[in-house]
Write a protein that binds this ligand. Sequence first.
Ligand code: HGY
Ligand code: MN
Ligand code: MN
Length: 415
Amino acid sequence: MTNARNHRINGDRLWDSLMEMAKIGPGIAGGNNRQTLTDFDAQGRALFQRWCEAEGLTMAVDKMGTMFMRREGTDPSLPPVCIGSHLDTQPTGGKYDGILGVLAGLEVVRSLNELGLKTRHPIEVINWTNEEGARFAPAMMASGVFAGMQSLEQAYATADRDGKTVESELKRIGWMGEEKVGDRPMKAFFELHIEQGPILETEGVDIGIVTHGQGLIWLEITLTGKESHTGTTPMPMRRNAGLGMARVTELVEQVALSHAPNAVGAIGHAEVYPCSRNIIPGRTVFTCDLRSPDLAILEDMEAKVIAGATEIAKTIGLEIETKRVGGFDPVTFDETCVGQLRAAAERLGYSHKNLVSGAGHDACWVNRVVPTAMVMCPCVDGLSHNEAEEIHPEWARAGTDVLFHAVLESAEVMS
Ligand code: HGY
Ligand code: MN
Ligand code: MN
């Protein structure tokens, strides 16, 4: 390790960039609504591209629109050390979920340039398309195609509620690249992300070293009953798909609690048809979000929800259809990369603890094809996927410092 031990990133510059990016795709309550492949997403991409090119980076874009912003190393034949996350947000998202990880990568490059440091390996800062999966399921879509978890054709054909497809929207905003997805060599991938949970803040710890990520299943259920008048249809004659959804919502809660504390479950996406005040819902479509760090528990939860929902449908006289629309097994991150992050936190004097990520991240998929690890910083009240999501500047600075030093190590900084 060279004397780079004293180098620090510029936390004020990072914070200014976060606030600048937050102006694009404003939400209605102080957060962001910069959903993937919208015009706001395109504006955010263009700003990120301008900032990177001002630092001398060159851009490559693959067929899923993922952006690879490259800083050459002294030996261009070596695979790059990559840093990244996502600039797309939830419809009622915060200013930091994903964005911190991308702009922290840019800050690492800005600091390298400012300090005049060279690295043997190239460095690439990545903005993965459609991490959130809110507009187009599943989540972590582009990194999933990159890791071979779904085909480009499947991703391209995915449509949003208005019937617009990933392919048509990528073309429309002008971000469909030429490069085959998954072709790019990488030495390692590091992602900085807010914790999106309460542990670090509650325990007063600066840094989370993410050793594992919990697994996820998105189980979409369609219940079909019969639309009829809410006033005239006698109760015993009703086939109420809305009632079915309500009972499955409670079922998911009970199944998750039966595996406490290593399981969580909820239904966040729900569509009621025809959604008229005086028509009994004939059809409901909703997604059960089931998670656990333990694969056996995850699969048991799915089985219990399917069995229970089938029973509920039978009792009410509904037809039921279930299908997985997303998911990934629990993740164990790469020991070498995890060690580099931990050593960086120690060298920099930041308190740190091991964490299991509760949320899914692009790193969870990339880890299947590239040595990968994550570092986390606290967030206020552990709140995320809410426009009130907040972090403190010093948390962003600490996380980016740790990322910076792990990258200096992995990319072999020259003295
Ligand atoms: O769903 C997740 O865990 C991530 O925020 N996309
Ligand atoms: Mn995220
Ligand atoms: Mn998110």
